[in-house]
Design a protein around this ligand. Structure first.
Ligand SMILES: Nc1ncnc2c1ncn2[C@@H]1O[C@H](COP(=O)(O)OP(=O)(O)O)[C@@H](O)[C@H]1O
Ligand SMILES: [Mg+2]
Length: 373
């Protein structure tokens, strides 16, 4: 798939922008702080409904403005798709999605109209940060590939919140039919965990296979076997529903004390294994970077296989930091795929076989503008 048009109004430092990205490789270049990441962020927002770098949508609305409009048109094998997102921090709802000009029922309906894989300096957080960063990575990618997953995740989180609220209410004030209510939530939570666990298991085994092949191709030592492993109380469960119920039963006493659900896939993690050891604990900086790059490259393959067409690639500031071998692996993955690559100097993209150069400049008032060439 590819983006054929992008329009921004009052988005970050873009007062107004309309571009028609090239189907091949576009190099976005300009000084730090000029607006390169902002444009890639808008494309991420159009694909996944959220920014890759902030959880606060209001940050994306241009300073001093009340609202922002982000529009994209994509071309997929099944035809053209029109996506529009409106951000209104001072109104409810704060975010509206329109598909083909009509309001969407849910934010999640946006999934599947545009698909991107973003490479950014922040990717290293997948290995450096705690389990939540890895769950976010898995959840976002799965949602892109299987829109129904996002709905399943939302259902699980809603039931989890209700169960936690009941635990809290009971400990603080006492609830007369507490056990009956708890059992109802346990049953619902166990049901809701089934699609999550199954999808994560599938995703991680597929991604592991792809990432492992990518790792072998770019690491200094081709004999280093890299793999991803799904870590969680239900990762190996045969009957997910039953094992979730038993787990909730076992942890009931502790949950009542802590007023929080301690068992379940909301605490899942992903282990990055090298020679069957956790890379996060003993890997070198270079190995960690290679692992993250392999996961991202593996994801391109997985999306292409599953969705029948490749995603658009957004390479934010990552190109110049890579050595030749990694750079070439990345370039190989961009062949025939729409790619937007950002860097500070035009020369940083040497070797990238660019089809188009866009210079990002800041006007005197701080707003951004794009010039071809
Ligand atoms: N909500 C906003 N309103 C106006 N300007 C913003 C907003 N958020 C960020 N900016 C500006 O955008 C610029 C950063 O853009 P960015 O795309 O991250 O730069 P880079 O080209 O280095 O990737 C900064 O000048 C910052 O002040
Ligand atoms: Mg940037």
């Amino acid at each position: 798939m590819r983006f054929t048009a992008i329009k921004l109004q009052r988005f970050r430092n873009y007062e107004s922008l309309a571009i028609e990205p090239h189907p091949g490789i576009t190099v976005l270049y300009g000084p730090n702080g000029s607006g390169k990441t902002n444009l890639l962020e808008a494309m991420h927002l159009l694909s996944l409904g959220r920014s890759h770098r902030t959880a606060q949508d209001r940050e994306m609305v241009a300073a001093g403005a009340q609202s922002s409009i982000i529009q994209g048109r994509t071309q997929r094998t099944d035809g053209a798709h029109d996506i529009e997102i409106r951000l209104h921090p001072h109104e409810k709802p704060h975010k509206k999605v329109l598909l083909y000009g009509k309001p969407a029922q849910r934010i999640g309906d946006l999934m599947g109209h545009a698909t991107v894989v973003m490479f950014s300096p922040e990717d290293i957080r997948i290995v450096r940060d705690g389990p939540a960063a890895r769950r976010r990575f898995v959840d976002m990618q799965l949602s892109q590939i299987r829109p129904a997953y996002l709905q399943a995740l939302k259902t699980y989180m809603t039931v989890l919140e209700s169960r936690n609220a009941l635990l809290k209410q009971n400990k603080l004030f006492g609830v007369s039919d507490f056990l009956t209510q708890l059992e109802t939530w346990d049953d619902q939570l166990a049901r809701a965990s089934v699609p999550l666990v199954r999808a994560r298991r599938w995703f991680l085994s597929e991604l592991s296979r792809n990432a492992s092949a990518q790792y072998a191709a770019i690491s200094e030592n081709p004999n280093e076997p890299f793999e991803l492993r799904y870590v969680g109380p239900l990762a190996q469960a045969e009957d997910v529903y039953q094992e979730m119920l038993s787990g909730l039963n076992r942890s009931r006493r502790e949950d009542m004390q802590r007023m929080y659900t301690t068992f379940g896939p909301h605490r899942d993690d992903v282990a990055l294994m090298l020679f069957s050891h956790d890379l996060r604990a003993f890997g070198s900086q270079g190995q960690l970077r290679t692992a993250v790059l392999s996961m991202k490259l593996g994801e391109i393959q997985l999306i292409t296989d599953e969705m029948g067409e490749p995603p658009t690639l957004l390479l934010d500031d990552v190109f110049s930091e890579l050595d030749l071998k990694r750079r070439n692996a990345l370039l190989k993955s961009t062949e025939g795929i729409q790619t937007l690559l950002s860097c500070t100097d035009r020369a940083d993209a040497a070797g990238a076989k660019a089809d188009q150069f866009l210079r990002v400049c800041q006007r005197a008032d701080g707003t951004a503008e794009l010039q071809e060439g």
